[in-house]
Design a protein around this ligand. Structure first.
Ligand code: TTP
Length: 395
């Protein structure tokens, strides 16, 4: 089945991490986020991958080129982000039969996507505890047919949320011309509404699914995918270090003496860890990063070119590209009252739902020596802190 992957989003809720990289290209374990979406499609038997790109499109094009894991790849451009139906419409000329649509910022378990393809026309659903925060599906009594879809209802008809994956019949190519929604977008849920009227659409319940919209969801994505890696030591590991469990050291990476890494963890090509560093939790040390002497990194993502060279603690945090933490920088990742850590997303204070959560540092941010950073703090791209500063407000 031809599979359209929506990857034109700007990822505004993920800022500042998306300032240099579009959201679908943010790192999750050993590949970009939307490559995991593509993996699920490939493993489910996709015949072609059509990426809809817009914001920072070149990064997506360069990564996938014209083939991914033996499946032909092409691109369609959505110039303005005018909604998910508008995005699929950008790919319309390439469609010539039944087709699937997946969100390029969602991670699906491949088996469920295979079930979705098999059950076409179908829509992926996930059981949630707070359906009022999602698009919610209603089904017939037997739960075999979708009878309606409603966005964030006050009175949800079920606990089945729309998981943003669809297998449409060929006729849906004509149904993409939907009207503008209340929020001024052209929405794929309106295409689904047309499909429900015309055909029997099957709800396919996913066993695992993650929508990656906000920074802590990128941590969750890494917990999932770093957690699936199998031990592989291709880089240089110097004597006197200890790699426990499922640790991946890519070719071209170096682990110096005195380092302890507790898997699952991945150290990507060109990175240099140690001497005497401690890495644990589901951690990604990105390409060309340096983690130096006396540094502990726990359950964190360090994007490419980032340095934490001396005597620092980084826990449950996301450091963008080319961040530099001065010696002695300490990240707080737990509130004294034990409550969930909050973060400001697009000007709004939001609970991350995590008791342990550190900081987000935008690309190019630099901290002075002995900086302390409060839990949930966001440093914008190229932010600076002074030596000895205790930073408790976003900057
Ligand atoms: P969203 O997560 O709603 O949008 P976004 O990715 O831009 O993020 P944010 O809200 O933080 O700015 O989009 C869901 C998926 O659909 C995502 O994979 C991006 C894609 N998309 C498009 O390709 N074109 C569009 O016009 C829209 C609205 C979304």
């Amino acid at each position: 089945m031809q599979t359209v992957i929506l990857a034109a989003g700007e990822g505004t809720r993920m800022r500042p991490l998306t300032e240099a990289v579009p959201k679908p290209m943010l790192p999750v374990a050993d590949r970009p986020l939307c490559a995991h979406t593509a993996d699920a499609a490939v493993e489910a038997g996709a015949s072609e991958l059509i990426f809809v790109v817009g914001y920072e499109a070149d990064a997506v094009r360069e990564y996938f080129d014209d083939e991914y894991r033996g499946v032909p790849v092409s691109f369609a451009v959505q110039r303005e982000q005018r909604g998910t139906a508008d995005a699929v419409r950008a790919a319309r000329d390439r469609l010539d039969g039944p087709f699937a649509v997946l969100n390029g910022d969602n991670i699906y378990d491949p088996e469920s996507v295979a079930n979705l393809f098999e059950a076409a026309p179908s829509i992926a659903a996930i059981e949630v505890e707070t359906p009022e925060n999602y698009g919610v599906l209603s089904t017939d009594g037997a739960g075999e047919r979708v009878t309606g879809i409603v966005e964030k209802p006050d009175d949800p008809p079920s606990t089945l949320a729309n998981a943003g994956a669809y297998a449409f019949p060929e006729a849906a190519i004509e149904w993409l011309d939907v009207g503008e929604s209340e929020r001024g977008e052209y929405e794929i849920t309106d295409v689904v509404s047309k499909a429900i009227k015309a055909e029997a659409v099957t709800p396919v319940t996913l066993t695992r699914w993650l929508d990656v919209g906000r920074p802590w969801e990128l941590l969750a994505a890494n917990e999932w995918k770093v957690g699936e890696l199998e031990r592989r030591i291709d880089g240089e590991v110097r004597g006197g270090s200890e790699l426990r469990g499922d640790v991946v050291i890519e070719a071209g990476a170096t682990v110096e003496p005195g380092v302890v890494i507790e898997g699952p963890a991945i150290v990507r090509s060109g990175a240099d860890v140690g001497p005497n560093a401690y890495v644990r939790g589901a951690t990604l040390i990105g390409e060309n990063c340096h983690v130096g002497h006396g540094v502990e990194i726990k359950s964190s993502v360090l994007m490419s070119g980032t340095n934490v060279p001396h005597l620092s603690y980084v826990g449950d945090s996301l450091l963008g590209q080319d961040v530099n933490f001065g010696a002695g920088t300490q990240v707080g990742n737990l509130r004294h009252d034990g409550e969930h850590v909050e973060q400001t997303v697009k000007g709004e204070r939001v609970s991350t739902g995590r008791r342990k959560y550190g900081v987000v540092a935008g690309p190019g941010a630099k901290t002075g020596i002995n900086t302390s950073l409060a839990p949930g703090l966001v440093l914008s791209a190229n932010a600076r802190t002074a030596p000895g500063e205790s930073v408790t407000r976003d900057r």
